[in-house]
Ligand binder design. Sequence first.
Ligand code: CUA
Length: 177
Amino acid sequence: MHIDPLERKWIFVVFAMVGIMLIAIFFTALVQRVHPPSNVETIDSASLHLTQEFAEDNLGVHRGADAAVRVTMVAARYGFYPQHIEVPAGTPVTFRWATIDVLHGVHMARTNMNTMVVPGFVSQVTTVFPEPGEYPMFCNEYCGLGHDHMWSRVTVVPKDQWSGPKVATVAADKKGG
Ligand code: CUA
């Protein structure tokens, strides 16, 4: 079969492009742990505040029995609550969000964090903050006139300087006393 040299060149170019894209997909998925958020868990947005997990006193940073760091937040026009949290660097942190009103999105630059927060569902993403610093958490789904101003602060501190889950401790104290 005769293949024109120019055609042969373009066959090579196309295979190279597909190869580069496949390498990029596998690199981001396996090395940088960037995956499409795929947690499917339903929740009633209207009674969020009555659930154990998303009750106001239970929002914020928690540490599980397995020492895993978990953050529970509520998205609402126009902010993520609590509006400021502190988490350790170099540790897997699992974020869980629910919205009390409309569709929101969560984006944190320099991390793999980018998910929609859909009414009626719990969104969950696990990330590792590689280095300490301030990580603004932005809404990236248009949710109303205040969308541009919808953001919260995430302070990432060195692992050995992290003082633990403040919010959870407060909640536990309240229950105890
Ligand atoms: Cu919330 Cu845009």
